[in-house]
Design a protein around this ligand. Structure first.
Ligand code: N2P
Length: 356
């Protein structure tokens, strides 16, 4: 056996000791980069910068525009993401497909900051895989100079007499479950129906509506409102409130027939390059001040109870962000519809393919 020079052995031990001291005992090393796949404009970029500064981990963000886009990307074999942000029903689908890692709670002690109301969601009982990030509703963004009274009904988008008045001046979300869901709600059905006749009616309603739709868009709908391209937009609550910081003519209404309530979640794909770094990041986002900074930027509601005291009063007190019980009672969660999922996808594809 060849002998290793003693000085090399000593040097090796010193290096190992130093490296050992640089991190908590028994903890893996942080990766140099963290890859986050998120909805667009869904976090204050300063939070990424602060995390980089404190932990020395560079955050790289990609964005997606729908849960189905996120799922398709993972199914197509994307393996580079450490943290993803699916909504409720998509978490359930991803767990079932074996795409998500289980959280190591030892690395996420701040998970106790989550409000008990959100700590055991039906799509991920006990938060085994994911931590709720933000929640909100789906309704109608609008220009208050055009509407003195809030357009608080799906009729503004679907009733031929009303919608035709705003022909070419409104957008619908580019999202199968949300746009089919809005049509189903207008028709008085559940947005989780699996009844083919009801789904067909919703599809036909969307096709009839198509000639008045400016665009199917989930990422620029608030900008189009602000640019006076449109006056109404089917969309997510916070996107309009956040845009109203710059353009105070914009506001948002929850339709009286009820709309979607949803929660997006921080999850780690099984293929994550560094599950540990992802957990350290999620734990960071769960700090009370950081949790509040997220909502103060996005204008979405926070599931982090400890963050509340740092969230701006105008957000906490806005009934279209934290709706009162009677409004909550009318909202519906999108659920995994199992075998009916391809039916929703087919109907939506038919809407998109239909002539104007
Ligand atoms: C943020 C989009 C919110 C995500 N721009 C809706 N689930």
């Amino acid at each position: 056996m060849r002998k290793i020079p003693v000085f090399l052995l000593i040097m090796g031990c010193v290096v190992a000791l130093l490296a050992g001291c640089a991190r908590a005992p028994g903890k893996p090393e942080l990766a140099k980069e963290l890859h986050v796949y998120n909805w667009s404009e869904y976090i204050d970029p300063q939070i990424y910068a602060d995390f980089e500064e404190e932990f020395g981990v560079r955050v790289v963000e990609d964005t997606f525009a729908s849960n189905e886009e996120l799922l398709a990307k993972l199914q197509a074999g994307a393996t580079g993401y450490d943290v993803i942000v699916p909504s409720d029903y998509m978490v359930e689908i991803m767990i079932e497909q074996g795409l998500l890692a289980e959280l190591n709670r030892d690395n996420v002690p701040n998970i106790t900051n989550i409000d008990p109301k959100f700590a055991s969601p039906p799509y991920d009982p006990g938060m085994v895989h994911c931590v709720p990030y933000q929640w909100g509703t789906t309704g109608i963004g609008y220009n208050t100079e055009v509407f003195e009274e809030p357009p608080d009904s799906w009729a503004y988008l679907f009733d031929p007499e009303v919608a035709s008045e705003y022909a070419g001046q409104f957008t619908m979300l580019n999202d199968s479950r949300e746009s089919m869901g809005a049509a189903l709600k207008y028709l008085g059905y559940s947005l989780n129906t699996t009844d083919e006749a009801q789904l067909t009616q919703a599809r036909d309603l969307l096709i009839q509506q198509k000639k008045w739709v400016y665009a199917y868009d989930s990422e620029q709908n608030e900008d189009l409102l602000s640019a006076d391209e449109t006056v109404l937009a089917h969309g997510w609550s916070g996107d309009f409130f956040m845009a109203a910081v710059e353009d105070e003519r914009l506001w948002y209404a929850i339709p009286k027939e009820g709309g979607t309530i949803w929660a997006d979640n921080l999850c780690i794909p099984k293929t994550a390059p560094s599950q540990y770094t992802a957990e350290v990041f999620i734990n960071y986002l769960l700090r009370p001040e950081v949790g509040a900074a997220i909502s103060n930027y996005t204008w979405y509601a926070s599931p982090n109870a400890a963050a509340s005291e740092f969230i701006d009063a105008e957000i906490l007190e806005e009934p279209a962000i934290y709706p009162p019980p009677e409004v909550m009672a009318k909202l519906e969660w999108i659920e995994d519809v199992g075998e009916a999922t391809p039916l929703y996808e087919r109907m939506w594809t038919e809407v998109k393919a239909a002539g104007p």
